[in-house]
Write a protein that binds this ligand. Structure first.
Ligand SMILES: *Cc1c(COP(=O)(O)O)cnc(C)c1O
Length: 397
């Protein structure tokens, strides 16, 4: 991660195909295209790689989550269970539909604890959203079991774990619907973009229509198409899809570079007895986009972060002290700072977060350090980095 590190001729070629005919839109203009349908081609690649019947490209990962939920009928007043540790997109995507985000504890997989999920279920719960954070996955079997027992949708946000697998199946393909992001810092990037994948034909058709103003996409005259239901515009452009197409074809190359760099760092850190690693469920294989490890205490983690900074070890984060990914610092959410009025249900739930405690999540997140795995590092750079990290950790214990 991120895919832009290795931009090259493949990306340039796909992009030039689009610029040569000038059709920047994914729908229509059949005669002008010279046979180039980059979004459609990318959707076909996604179906193949993620072993699912359907893929719908959209304009971002955040849009993918909203479109996925809307396609399965989640909306006003419905509760969606999500983890305390995730990107802000998770609650944004839920609230955009008028649905209510219910935050619950994570476990040492760094995402939803199935026991906490079960305890949070109410008659209003419609869906459980597992966010496969930092290149790995949650207790998929445990979550699926809770969802099927309570007849809930399982939506997988695999934006940070593209290429990871569980029992040989791609992350994103395990739930009822899966979501990906191809934003600028993701393993596969096209600048801005995302995708919803599903084996459910109805959800797919809903996603296809909903992401393009409700258009039914029947026939070849956009003006004559009907609108079976209301939609929005979450379309991807052909320019973005072209870059994404080149990048997705390089996914296995990207994953093997990530794995190589990750393994050098992990083996070095594993020599320190006080360092433990996040739990990857049996049968799971990470995408190796990040290396996550725990230190014995919050103070040692903070000291280590300071030592990393002093030693020039970059792209590592302790999310307890970071504004982006953990509930502790989501003040704008807890204060319900919306530009427009929110429903009383949503407002009450958000305000309650101000006093709500998440001791189990605090325990894991405060002791965790998450390091991005870059693809552009040379082997020498990775080894030098590994020895700097080991020294910094040892000096902080
Ligand atoms: C990046 C990301 C998103 C949102 O993707 P955008 O394309 O930036 O909107 C959603 N969820 C997670 C976990 C992410 O990392």
């Amino acid at each position: 991660m991120p895919g832009f590190e290795l931009f090259g001729n493949q990306e340039r070629k796909e992009l030039n195909d689009v610029l040569d005919n000038g059709v920047l839109m994914r729908y229509g203009f059949d005669g002008m295209r010279n046979g180039h349908w980059k979004a459609k081609e990318l959707e076909a690649e996604l179906q193949k790689i993620f072993q699912t019947k359907h893929a719908q490209l959209v304009s971002s990962g955040t849009a993918a989550v909203s479109v996925a939920l809307a396609s399965a009928g989640v909306g006003a007043g419905d509760e969606v269970i999500m983890p305390t540790f995730t990107f802000v997109a998770s609650f944004e995507a839920i609230m955009m539909l008028g649905a209510i985000p219910i935050l619950v504890e994570i476990d040492d997989t760094l995402t939803l604890d199935p026991k906490a999920v079960e305890a949070a279920i109410t008659p209003k719960t419609k869906a459980v959203m597992v966010v496969q954070m930092c290149g790995s996955m949650g207790d998929v079997d445990g979550l699926q079991e809770v969802c099927s027992r309570h007849n809930l949708l399982l939506v997988e946000d695999a934006c940070q774990a593209i290429g990871g697998t569980y029992k040989g199946k791609p992350l994103g393909s395990l739930g009822d619907l899966g979501c990906f992001s191809f934003d600028f810092v993701k393993t596969v990037t096209c600048g801005e973009g995302g995708a919803v994948i599903t084996n459910n034909k109805d959800y797919y058709l809903n996603a296809d229509h909903y992401s393009d103003h409700g258009h039914d996409h029947i026939g070849s005259d956009r003006g004559a198409e009907t609108h079976p239901f209301l939609g929005y515009n979450f379309r991807i452009s052909e320019l973005h899809a072209a870059v994404g197409l080149a990048q997705i074809r390089r996914l296995s190359e990207f994953l093997s570079i990530q794995k190589k760099n990750y393994t050098i760092l992990r083996n070095a850190l594993a020599e320190i007895p006080e360092v433990t690693f996040r739990t990857v469920p049996t049968g799971g294989e990470e995408s190796y986009a990040f290396l996550n490890f725990f230190l014995p205490t919050k103070d040692i983690a903070r000291k280590t972060m300071k030592a990393f900074n002093e030693a020039g070890v970059d792209v590592c984060w302790n999310y307890y002290d970071n504004n982006w990914h953990y509930v502790r610092k989501w003040e704008h959410l807890k204060d319900a700072k919306s530009l427009y009025p929110l429903s009383p249900d949503i407002k009450a739930t958000l305000t309650a977060l101000k006093t709500k405690k998440f001791p189990q999540s605090d325990n894991y997140i405060s002791r965790n350090i998450s390091c991005l795995i870059k693809m552009s590092w040379t082997e020498g750079e990775v080894k030098e980095r590994a020895s700097k990290m080991v020294k910094a950790i040892q000096s902080s214990l």
